[in-house]
Design a binder for this molecule. Structure first.
Ligand code: ZN
Length: 411
């Protein structure tokens, strides 16, 4: 472990354990947006920011932000961050690793007496995961200034809207546009939540971009009949057509390659009875690819094929796209900063697409962003995710190096 950052790793791990206790569930971590647990987490992070020489505040969307001024007041800040909301039954590292390491990096820079030209900001965003309200990146979209009117009306399971939850949390929903501000660069360090880095034996991967993603509800409609008395010839079995679709999705994602993925995760059969031919099937398709072009090619090939195979069975296919996000490319200049920093630390980082959404995608719509994945020694999106202490120390070191390099290079 790099000696200088051993103490940093201990402090980050202590902070992650403390954040993990801000949870609505006793086992695993459940910390949703605008809840008492979120408020407690904001309070903890604010305290650490203060100790790290950052001036903390909670912005108009509930994001906790700490700021240290730079020497040139005309420059926009270098922003570090990630999210502090979680999925249900989460692990301690998702999002929080990036926030805790960023606060620690600010502390190291302050202790070293580093003079930066740019202001330095660290953000802990809320509702990245979209678990409470089903809409994602509310904190980071606040900073990017890309909130849309529909976001205020999104509701949780109890029917509470974002607007009314904000009021209960002490926020003014009409003030959200004031959260937006100009940014020189955004860096996010996030646990990989996948096995690639652990398999390749390097602590970091440079994110080339955040994947384009689309989700569909696909309905196959055929004709039911008695399972015994209807001959095989001439059947219009909706589940047989849907089954072809499941395998065609797998094949077309593999054919595109370059990290493209397609998943049918949910499938409902009607009438769903042992001795009836399936009349209708509704399934979900989640498809993602590194570029918008790859995703469009995957989807057009898949739906051309599946329409033809459904038609051979006289089964109708209808699709409804209910979620769509475009690919966001990371900044070449910022990626180069991360790549050369990792090389200076003695590793050759692979470049990889992020097939999951991150705050960097929301901020990347407006400002230059870069992101590094940190090796996951456990299982992502579960209490089993884990970063070794050496990798935590390296993440703090990489954050410090990235801030110094960006401050020197950026206009
Ligand atoms: Zn995350």
């Amino acid at each position: 472990m790099p000696t200088d950052f051993r103490g940093s790793a201990l402090r980050v791990e202590e902070h992650l354990r403390a954040l993990a206790r801000c949870s609505a569930s006793p086992s695993g971590i459940t910390r949703l947006y605008l809840t008492p647990e979120h408020r407690a987490a904001n309070g903890l992070v604010s305290g650490w920011m203060q100790e790290a020489g950052l001036e903390p505040r909670v912005d108009e969307t509930g994001t906790v932000i700490g700021r240290r001024e730079g020497s040139d007041p005309s420059l926009p800040p270098i922003l570090l961050g990630s999210h502090i909301d979680t999925v249900v039954n989460a692990g301690a590292y998702d999002g929080c690793l990036g926030v805790a390491c960023a606060v620690e990096a600010a502390r190291v820079l302050a202790r070293e007496g580093a003079t930066l030209r740019h202001p330095l900001e660290v953000a802990g965003f809320g509702e990245e995961e979209g678990v409470r309200f089903g809409v994602t990146f509310l904190g980071s979209r606040g900073i990017a200034g890309t909130w849309t009117p529909d976001l205020y009306e999104a509701k949780d399971r109890e029917g509470v809207s974002v607007r009314s939850a904000m009021r209960s949390f002490g926020l003014d929903p009409d003030a959200v546009p004031r959260a937006a501000h100009r940014i020189a660069a955004y860096f996010e360090f996030h646990i990989e939540q996948g096995p690639n880095l652990a398999a390749s034996g390097v602590p970091f991967g440079i994110v080339a971009g955040i994947a384009a993603a689309k989700r569909f509800r696909v309905t196959f409609t055929g004709k039911t009949g008695h399972a015994g008395m209807t001959p095989m010839a001439g059947r219009r079995d909706a589940l047989c057509a849907a089954s072809e679709f499941v395998l065609e999705a797998e094949e077309e994602a593999k054919r595109i390659g370059r990290g493209a993925v397609a998943t049918v995760g949910d499938l409902v059969v009607t009438p769903g009875v042992t001795n009836c031919i399936p009349e209708a099937v509704t399934l979900t398709l989640d498809a993602r690819a590194g570029t918008d072009e790859d995703l469009e090619e995957l989807l057009s090939r898949l739906f051309d094929r599946s329409r033809a195979s459904a038609a051979r069975r006289s089964v109708a296919l209808e699709r409804d796209c209910y979620y769509s996000s475009k690919a966001v490319a990371c900044s070449e200049a910022l990626k180069e900063i991360l790549r050369s920093s990792v090389r200076e630390m003695g590793f050759e980082p692979p470049e990889m697409f992020s097939m999951a959404g991150h705050d960097a995608a929301a901020i990347g719509e407006k400002y230059p962003v870069a992101m590094a994945f940190v090796r996951d020694a456990g299982i992502g999106h579960s209490p089993k995710e884990h970063c070794d202490a050496e990798d935590v120390a390296r993440t703090v070191e990489l954050t410090v190096r990235a801030v110094r390099a960006a401050d020197a290079i950026l206009p």
